[in-house]
Design a protein around this ligand. Structure first.
Ligand SMILES: [Zn+2]
Length: 187
């Protein structure tokens, strides 16, 4: 940990985000900017704690089946949050809280949410104009509701992309898939 003590900017590509990974990263006091791209979290869950200095956080979740939740007191200095995840049904978020716990990010001023799912492609999606009672609207509304409880006139922008394929993250099959890709490269 001593060698990570001065780390300010970090960009990671991880097959699976484990609770211990979040714990280690969240305990780096100097970390200001963090980008993570991942297939999903262990047992379908990424729970965010710590990160006391972080100002910018980007999390791209590539597969369905992971609940994301920011805990009370996590990321107390976070100003800018960027999220991307697939969402076809509520179970694509593993039935986690629709607001993702964004109401707990007390210093946030800007949130960008990029949703891929059973929806229209829209670079500025507004859930109040969506007449379809789908999972995307439900989550966008919940995030809007969470934003309204925050100070700092925090703003949120939603981007939606139509993507039919609902691929759940299953650790073993995904690793096998990666191994398959490696084999084909070796040939
Ligand atoms: Zn899905």
């Amino acid at each position: 940990m001593g060698s990570l003590g001065n780390l300010g900017v970090l960009e990671l590509v991880m097959i699976c985000v484990r609770p211990e990974d979040v714990e280690i990263l969240g305990a780096i006091p100097s970390l200001l900017f963090l980008n993570i791209t991942t297939a999903g979290g262990t047992n379908g869950r990424i729970t965010v704690n710590g990160f006391r200095s972080l100002k910018y956080f980007s999390l791209i979740i590539c597969r369905c089946g992971t609940a994301l939740e920011f805990q009370v007191g996590s990321m107390p200095n976070l100003e800018h949050l960027k999220l991307a995840f697939p969402l076809h049904k509520s179970r694509c978020l593993n039935n986690g809280a629709s607001s993702l716990g964004i109401q707990h990010l007390s210093a946030i001023s800007k949130v960008e949410v990029d949703i891929h799912g059973n929806c229209m492609t829209d670079s500025n999606y507004d859930p109040t104009e969506d007449e379809k009672d789908g999972a995307v609207r439900g989550v966008a509304r919940a995030i809007n509701g969470a934003m309204m409880t925050l100070p700092n006139r925090a703003t949120v922008r939603f981007k939606t992309t139509r993507e039919w394929e609902c691929q759940r993250f299953e650790r073993v099959s995904f690793v096998r898939e990666l191994a398959g890709i490696d084999n084909s490269i070796n040939l």
